[in-house]
Design a protein around this ligand. Structure first.
Ligand code: F6P
Length: 327
């Protein structure tokens, strides 16, 4: 059944991710193409509550596809977690006659979207925007590929100094308890190992690495570490090596927020454009409470509850690729 949605609001929420601008552009243009009014909502849910809402025309999103970050700004809103906050948000939607929302963000933002949609019976569609690639039901998320490339380029530089000084480096990357960024960038940069939460929870990964002597035949070692209480983080691991295995000359590099910036890769721009257009299509098909996903290069609709389930398994194949290619 076709829906009659005449106006849609778009917002970005949570941590920014490269490709969010491409997604905003696609949602705006697809909405206008299909005869809708499109509203840009600034600063995520916070801006929905404080009425930072502006009607967008096609040229409001010109010249942004190549830019990192989000032109709509983003925020983590504690007020939206309260019933009163969501009531104010709903009132502002009514004030502007906004009938539906497209929310671009990660698991926290989509969880909020699900609660809001159910509470006020609003059609909301999500786009997975996060460098962490930690959502279920989709092969990848907007921003992940760019972050992966940024980490790989940083690793190539660290390798130069690691080799010159014959050092062991622990490089900490983001991911918030999800090892995808660490594992895949380890493979892409020829690192010796990746210490990730999914495996560390079962065994002492560092202990095993030390037992194997890292790579005795090589004069430098680089180990990727996911930020997480489970792995302990790069600083703690390095301290442990210094105490227990003083023969290693250890250094730490925490890549931090540089992983979130930069111009999006072609892959992220294309993914964001496809998903943005699919989101408007989904609203026109009367879909609600779904996130756009990509499986086998096809766009799929993933229910909010499924997307945020945190049951994503780490790829055994990729673990094997790293294990074998780093002997
Ligand atoms: O979810 C994206 C992410 O970059 C995580 O990898 C990281 O743990 C978190 O956001 C950092 O958030 P903030 O920028 O608010 O410190």
């Amino acid at each position: 059944m076709d829906s009659n949605i005449k106006s849609v609001g778009v917002l970005t929420s949570g941590g920014d991710a490269p490709g969010m601008n491409a997604a905003i552009r696609a949602v705006t243009r697809a909405g206008i193409f299909n005869g809708m009014k499109v509203y840009g909502i600034y600063r995520g849910y916070r801006g929905l509550i404080s009425d930072e809402i502006i009607e967008f025309k096609t040229n409001s999103v010109s010249n942004i596809i190549q830019q990192g970050g989000t032109m709509l700004k983003t925020a983590r809103s504690s007020e939206f977690l309260t019933e009163e906050g969501r009531r104010l948000a709903y009132e502002n939607m009514r004030k502007h006659d906004i009938e539906a929302l497209v929310v671009i963000g990660g698991d926290g933002s989509l969880t909020g979207a699900g609660i809001f949609a159910n509470e006020y019976n609003i059609p909301i569609v999500g786009l997975p925007g996060t460098i962490d690639n930690d959502l279920s039901g989709t092969d990848t998320t907007i921003g992940y590929d760019t972050a992966l490339n940024t980490i790989m380029q940083s690793m190539d530089k660290i390798r130069d100094t690691a080799t010159s000084h014959e050092r062991l480096f622990f490089i900490e990357v983001m991911g918030r308890n999800c090892g995808y960024l660490a594992l895949n960038s380890a493979v892409a940069s020829g690192a010796e190992a990746a210490i990730i939460p999914e495996i560390s929870i079962e065994k002492d990964q560092l202990g095993e690495l030390i037992e194997q002597g890292f790579r005795k035949s090589k004069n430098s070692s680089m180990v990727l570490v996911t930020e997480s209480e489970v792995t302990g983080g790069a600083i703690k691991l390095a301290e442990r090596v210094k105490t227990e295995y003083p023969q290693y000359d250890v250094r730490v590099s925490i890549l931090g927020h540089l992983q979130r910036g930069g111009s999006p890769t072609a892959q992220d721009r294309i993914l964001a454009s496809r998903m943005g257009i699919a989101a408007i299509q989904a609203l026109m098909e009367n879909q609600r409470n779904v996130v756009m996903g990509i499986r086998e290069n096809e766009i799929v609709y993933v229910p909010f509850k499924r997307a945020i389930k945190k049951d994503r398994e780490i790829s055994e194949e990729m673990l094997n690729v790293l294990r074998i290619s780093s002997i």
